[in-house]
Ligand binder design. Structure first.
Ligand SMILES: *[C@@H]1O[C@H](CO)[C@@H](O)[C@H](O)[C@H]1NC(C)=O
Ligand SMILES: *[C@@H]1O[C@H](CO)[C@@H](O)[C@H](O)[C@H]1NC(C)=O
Ligand SMILES: *[C@@H]1O[C@H](CO)[C@@H](O)[C@H](O)[C@H]1NC(C)=O
Length: 302
């Protein structure tokens, strides 16, 4: 009798736990990557409950303020009108030689206030994602073809369709589940997922590099959260790139554990790339580093 009650109780608590715990995408992550903790940047994009009847008004485009898109295809970060976005004092690119304790840099870890959430894979897979289906996509989300949102959506899709640059292996994930699958295809299940974590976001201030810089690997998959009606990650593997975790302390006392990547081979980059202009070096020159924003995920094999 006692045993019986106990097992009923056990069943009950299992059922309870099952019911509140796992969102489908989160459950998928846990089953596929049991030993990998999910960065906050991804947790934030899970929807507690998915309702049918998505409309554009309930989903938001990320407000990607910065015109700089680190590394995505290594496009020249120069707009057609030749305007270059350089926030006054902020360090965007730096040379590997400056990655040392006690060095100071003015940094701003930006986080968009409005990022789109993941759609469940089953739904995402029913929605086209290609530039020749753009009219259907815009129609699906009730986006006016002439709107800024339409331009942004078009560019995100085109970035995903652009040919790989030399040595790059890329993939656009339209759901958390497909992101997980891509990473497992590349690295297997023994992986770490990392993102910059800063106590103060969206505040420009001077930071000092503390002791304890760690190399986190010579191979990474870097996934950028792209502006779109639902969460889309542009992921790429790049050769000749080293990643580091860097402890920082701001002048206001707040801490950050930032991820920086350093590109040791820049010979294939566009000579007009902003990094060359800012650092006054040439393609194929010294390693160029940059911090990653908190909505960029870096995967490294364990
Ligand atoms: C997000 O909102 C806060 C407070 O409203 C604002 O200070 C900050 O600049 C915003 N960040 C971005 C990236 O728009
Ligand atoms: C990049 O690295 C991969 C794996 O090590 C290798 O197969 C590929 O040839 C490299 N690409 C370039 C352009 O060096
Ligand atoms: C996860 O960790 C457990 C315990 O350390 C280990 O037995 C298991 O093989 C690991 N699984 C993966 C996919 O790494």
């Amino acid at each position: 009798m006692e045993f019986h009650l106990l097992s009923i109780f056990a069943l009950f608590s299992l059922a309870l736990r099952g019911s509140n715990a796992s969102l489908p995408a989160e459950a998928y992550w846990k089953s596929m990557l049991p030993n990998t903790s999910m960065p906050k940047a991804l947790q934030d994009l899970l929807q507690p409950e998915f309702k049918n009847g998505i409309s554009f008004s309930t989903l938001s485009f990320g407000s990607h303020k910065s015109e700089l898109r680190y590394g995505v295809g290594y496009w020249p970060e120069v707009t057609k009108s030749n305007e270059v976005f350089i926030p006054s004092k902020t360090t965007i690119f730096f040379l590997y030689n400056d990655l040392l304790p006690h060095r100071k840099m003015t940094l701003k870890f930006t986080k968009s206030n409005k990022t789109s959430n993941f759609l469940p894979r089953k739904i995402a897979e029913t929605i086209p994602f290609s530039s020749n289906k753009l009219p259907q996509i815009l129609n699906y989300f009730s986006i006016k073809p002439s709107s800024k949102e339409a331009q942004i959506a078009k560019r995100t899709i085109e970035d995903c369709e652009a040919p790989n640059i030399r040595g790059e292996n890329k993939y656009c994930a339209t759901s958390l589940e497909s992101l997980v699958d891509f990473v497992i295809r590349m690295y297997g299940k023994k992986v770490q997922a990392l993102a910059t974590e800063a106590e103060k976001e969206n505040k420009e201030q001077e930071y000092t590099i503390l002791k304890g810089i760690k190399t986190i690997g010579d191979n990474q998959i870097v996934c950028h959260n792209q502006p779109y009606t639902y969460a889309v990650f542009y992921c790429h593997t790049i050769n000749a790139t080293k990643a580091y975790t860097i402890p920082l302390q701001g002048v206001d006392g707040s801490k950050a554990k930032a991820i920086a990547v350093c590109h040791t081979d820049t010979s294939a980059w566009n000579p007009k790339h902003l990094a060359f202009q800012v650092l006054k070096v040439k393609p194929g020159g010294p390693p160029i580093c940059h911090f990653l924003n908190s909505d960029t995920i870096v995967w490294v094999p364990n």
